[in-house]
Design a binder for this molecule. Structure first.
Ligand code: HEM
Length: 410
């Protein structure tokens, strides 16, 4: 095994759940990129922090997901008896070809640029309703009252979840994020994961029944029909991927809107510029994705021995964590002050949506939701101020980076 390079004073270089890291991971990434760009953690995972290595690992066919073996190695052979791990093993996000190709192929049409462009008027309507509901109050929580409602409503509509079933999703606790973090789960966390998974399974089985009896123009109907159609996907795969779409489709977008609004209010010159020149918004969304990505990491497993990744040998079966948030601030790619928010920056190509065959299915949808949400907020509430831009409360998860709440007044 490789040596464990440590930071100043013997502190671990990569301790992603420490409060300091959660509050501001970027100085930690700087140290990783400079001192030990392919770092080995105490759990034996390799951590890639430079743009070039992260890009290569996500795109190179010598790397894959290998979810079942990877989980067994990390926990024990019994881990696949845990319902939440079984369910995740069927996610397209964790699958390798040919299963990945088959599962992704069943839903990809719903996410084409054209289909998503057609959703603009509906997205605008939902954003306007959220603002109408609070405008007379003079204050709101930008997360709960604003950022959260849009992606949840959109994904519910895409999945054909009837309106009178949705209240529970608006109120849900959003605590499933720990499942993605690169630090093993405790028995208690696995138990909670199983409970959440069971609740979701019970709900979605009811929805499948409803859509079998009463088909609609939605993704659930499409997948239920594919299941009935023979051997396109199993019932377990159907359930797991609907749960994935539901989760992937909202938490990440809520956080893009929340992190983007925080970044803007911490940089008043950029906020003023964007208000004066709304045509900059499309580029600004790319810059928000780069500057403080709502997904900080993805991972791959070496499917064969890799001789050299940033000077390290990666044996077959070992995991490489790809630090997207770090790659996005690599001065090798962004030489002009990467730690600065600049909504006019040119050639911004954030890795926040991953890469290779798993490149985010919802990328275009998320961009348009964020663009309409932030543009509308700046236009309709131009005097909005965030109550405490210095010390906002971050959620305790690392991979999904976002705020618990963001109170604001106008
Ligand atoms: C700002 C918002 C979002 C971010 C930052 C984000 C980020 C990501 C990342 C990093 C991956 C993994 C890529 C990899 O391993 O290479 C991914 C995959 C995925 N995302 Fe997103 N996502 C966002 C929004 C959405 C939305 C709105 C949806 C759906 C409605 C969605 C659905 C998915 C799915 C299904 C996958 C798995 C794709 C595959 O494995 O082929 N995401 N996303």
């Amino acid at each position: 095994m490789n040596e464990h390079v440590q930071g100043a004073g013997g502190a671990p270089l990569f301790n992603p759940l420490s409060p300091d890291f959660i509050r501001d991971p970027y100085p930690h990434y700087d140290r990783l990129r400079t001192i030990d760009p392919v770092h080995v953690t105490p759990f034996g995972q390799f951590v890639a922090s430079r743009h070039a290595d992260v890009t290569l690992v996500m795109r190179d066919k010598r790397f894959g997901k290998d979810f079942v073996e990877r989980s067994r190695r990390r926990y024990s052979d019994k881990i696949m008896d845990e319902p939440v791990f079984r369910s995740m093993s069927h996610w397209m996000l964790q699958a390798d070809p040919p299963d990945h190709t088959r599962l992704r192929g069943l839903v990809v049409k719903a996410f084409t640029a054209r289909r998503v462009e057609d959703m603009r008027p509906r997205i605008q309507e939902i954003v306007d309703q959220a603002i109408d509901a609070v405008i007379d109050r003079g204050h709101m929580d930008l997360i709960e009252d604003f950022a959260f409602r849009l992606p949840v409503t959109i994904i519910c509509e895409m999945l054909g979840i009837p309106e009178d079933h949705r209240e529970v999703f608006y109120k849900s606790s959003r605590d499933g994020g720990r499942l993605l973090d690169p630090v093993p789960l405790s028995a208690e966390e696995i138990k909670k994961g199983n409970e959440g998974n069971l609740m979701a399974q019970m709900y979605f089985q009811q929805l499948f029944e409803l859509r079998r009896r009463n088909p609609g123009n939605d993704l659930t109907t499409q997948l239920v029909q594919a299941e009935e159609d023979g051997n396109k996907l199993t019932n377990e795969e159907l359930t797991a991927n609907i749960i994935l779409l539901f989760g992937a489709g909202h938490e990440t977008t809520v956080n893009l809107i929340g992190n983007g609004l925080l970044a803007l209010h911490r940089n008043p010159d950029q906020l003023a510029l964007l208000k004066a020149r709304p045509e900059l918004m499309e580029g600004a969304i790319e810059e928000f994705l780069r500057y403080d990505s709502s997904v900080q990491m993805t991972g791959r497993v070496a499917l064969e021995d890799i001789d050299d990744l940033g000077g390290k040998r990666i044996p077959k079966g070992e995991t490489v964590l790809c630090l997207l948030g770090s790659a996005n601030r690599d001065p090798a790619v962004y030489p002009d002050r990467p730690d600065r928010l600049d909504v006019t920056r040119q050639n911004v190509k954030p890795l926040s949506f991953g890469g290779g065959i798993h490149f985010c299915l919802g990328a275009q949808l998320a961009r348009i939701e964020a663009e309409i949400a932030i543009a509308t907020l700046l236009r309709r509430l131009p005097d909005l101020r965030i109550d405490d831009v210095e010390n906002p409360e971050w959620r305790p998860t690392f991979v999904l980076r976002g705020l618990k709440r963001l109170p604001a007044s106008w």
